[in-house]
Design a protein around this ligand. Structure first.
Ligand SMILES: NC(=O)c1ccc[n+]([C@@H]2O[C@H](COP(=O)([O-])OP(=O)(O)OC[C@H]3O[C@@H](n4cnc5c(N)ncnc54)[C@H](O)[C@@H]3O)[C@@H](O)[C@H]2O)c1
Length: 363
C-alpha cells in the first residue's frame, strides 16, 4: 500500500476525539470517518470535526477505502468492534485494555494472527519520551541488569459516579482500565517472564465503585527481578477539568504522584511526571562503600508534556505510517496480551489472597 489512506475511529468519545485530532495532522490520511453508538455523539463529531460520522458500523466496515480503524470505544466495545473490523479486512488499533476478559483478548489476538492482520494495542507509554529515555539507558547498558522497579501512582477520583469505568462488567476492573500501562512498562524494561503475582488491597475509600480503588501489587520475574506497583485513587485533590490536559502544573502539590524508580546492577533511574524529571545514577566503588552518583537530570517543558507521557500523538501517526508502508505493529499484539495476563493475574491475586502464576490464568 502506498499514498494516503482513509481511516475510521470506532467508538469516538474522549479518546476518539484525541485520536481524530492526531489523525488530522497526518500527511498520510486522506479522509477521517467516525462511528459511535450514541446518535447525539455522532452529531457532535460532525459539528466539532467536520467529518463524516455515523451510528452505522456496517457502513464503515463495508467501505473498501477505509484501510485502518482505531477502536477507542469504552472497554466492553473492544472485543466486538475489533473482531468485526478484522473480519472486514481492516488494519486495527485497539485501545488498552485489549478486552474485559482474558478469554476475549486471546480470541482477538488469535484472530489477527490467523488472518495475518495488523493489530496494535494502545500502550502509548512505549512512545513516551519519559519512558523511552529509561529504555534507551537500559539498552545502552548504563543500568546493568534491571532487577527492581517501583511505580507509585496516586491520583484523584476522576472516573466519576455512574461511569462505565467503575462497574466490573463494563470497565473490566481498575487494573486493566487504569494500571495496565504500569505493568507494561516494567515488562518492557526488565524483559523475561513473570512467574509470580501478588496483590494486597485495602478496603475501598470510594464508596460507589464496584472496582477497586487501591492496589499494592508485586511481580516476580524468572530472572529474579521484582516490580512493585502502589496505587491509590482518591487522595489527589479533586480535579474538575480534563484529566489529560495540563495536569502537571496544577496538580503537582495537591497529592498527585506518578513516579518510578528503576534499579539495576550498574545504576538506577527515576521518572517523575508531576516534576517533569528523569534522572540517572551510576554505581561505583570506593574504599569505604559502594557508591552511587547522580549523573543526569533531564527536564522538559509544559509544551512537551504530550510527548513525554501518554504520547498518543506519535503512536497514532506511527500506526498510520506502518499501515501505509505494510509494516507490522510496533509491539506485537501477543506481547500486549502478556501484559493483559499480568493485569488479570493481579486481580485474581487480590480476589483470592494468593500468589498467582500468570501462566495459569486463562479467563
Ligand atoms: N491509552 C490511554 O492512556 C487512554 C486514556 C483514556 C482512555 N483510554 C481508553 O480509551 C477507551 C475510551 O475511553 P474514553 O475516555 O474515550 O471513554 P468515553 O466514555 O469518553 O468514550 C467511549 C465512547 O465509546 C462509545 N461506545 C461504547 N460502546 C460502543 C460500541 N459498541 N460501538 C461504538 N461506540 C461505542 C460511547 O458511546 C462513547 O462515545 C477506553 O478503552 C479507555 O480505556 C486510554
Amino acid at each position: 500500500m502506498s499514498g494516503k489512506i482513509n481511516v475510521a475511529v470506532l467508538g469516538a468519545g474522549g479518546m476518539g476525539a484525541t485520536v481524530i485530532r492526531h489523525l488530522k495532522k497526518s500527511e498520510l490520511v486522506d479522509k477521517i470517518m467516525a462511528q459511535d453508538i450514541r446518535p447525539e455523539r455522532v452529531e457532535q463529531l460532525k459539528t466539532e470535526f467536520g467529518i463524516h460520522a455515523t451510528t452505522n458500523l456496517e457502513e464503515i466496515l463495508s467501505d473498501g477505502s477505509v484501510k485502518a480503524v482505531f477502536v477507542t470505544s469504552s472497554n466492553a466495545g473492544h472485543h466486538p468492534l475489533v473482531m468485526q473490523s478484522l473480519a472486514a479486512g481492516k488494519a486495527v488499533m485497539c485501545e488498552k485494555p485489549i478486552a474485559n476478559t482474558l478469554k476475549d483478548a486471546e480470541e482477538m489476538v488469535a484472530k489477527a494472527e490467523e488472518l495475518g492482520a495488523f493489530l496494535q494495542i494502545g500502550f502509548e507509554c512505549r512512545y513516551s519520551k519519559l519512558y523511552t529515555q529509561v529504555k534507551d539507558w537500559i539498552d545502552a547498558g548504563l543500568l546493568g541488569e534491571v532487577n527492581n522497579t517501583h511505580c507509585i501512582y496516586i491520583c484523584s477520583e476522576f472516573h466519576k459516579k455512574g461511569s462505565w469505568r467503575n462497574k466490573l462488567e463494563t470497565g473490566g476492573g481498575m487494573f486493566g482500565e487504569k494500571l495496565s500501562h504500569y505493568v507494561d512498562l516494567p515488562r518492557w524494561w526488565i524483559g523475561g517472564q513473570v512467574k509470580e503475582v501478588y496483590s494486597v488491597c485495602a478496603p475501598n475509600v470510594i464508596p460507589y465503585y464496584e472496582v477497586r480503588d487501591n492496589y499494592h501489587t508485586s511481580y516476580k520475574f524468572d530472572n529474579g527481578a521484582v516490580s512493585h506497583l502502589t496505587f491509590h485513587m482518591a487522595m489527589g485533590q479533586t480535579w474538575g477539568k480534563d484529566a489529560l490536559a495540563d495536569v502537571v502544573d496544577e496538580q503537582k502539590e495537591d497529592g498527585h504522584q506518578l513516579r518510578y524508580i528503576v534499579v539495576g546492577t550498574k545504576g538506577a533511574a527515576s521518572t517523575d511526571v508531576f516534576y517533569r524529571t528523569v534522572k540517572r545514577w551510576e554505581f561505583g566503588d570506593s574504599p569505604v562503600s559502594m557508591t552511587s552518583k547522580l549523573v543526569e537530570t533531564l527536564h522538559w517543558s509544559r509544551e512537551e508534556d504530550h510527548i513525554h507521557f501518554h504520547n498518543t500523538t506519535d503512536q497514532t501517526l506511527d500506526i498510520v505510517r506502518r499501515v501505509v508502508e505494510g509494516k507490522p505493529p510496533m509491539t506485537p499484539a501477543r506481547d500486549a496480551l502478556e501484559t493483559m495476563r499480568l493485569v488479570f493475574a493481579a486481580e485474581k491475586s487480590a480476589d483470592t489472597g494468593k500468589i498467582i502464576n500468570p501462566a495459569e490464568v486463562t479467563d
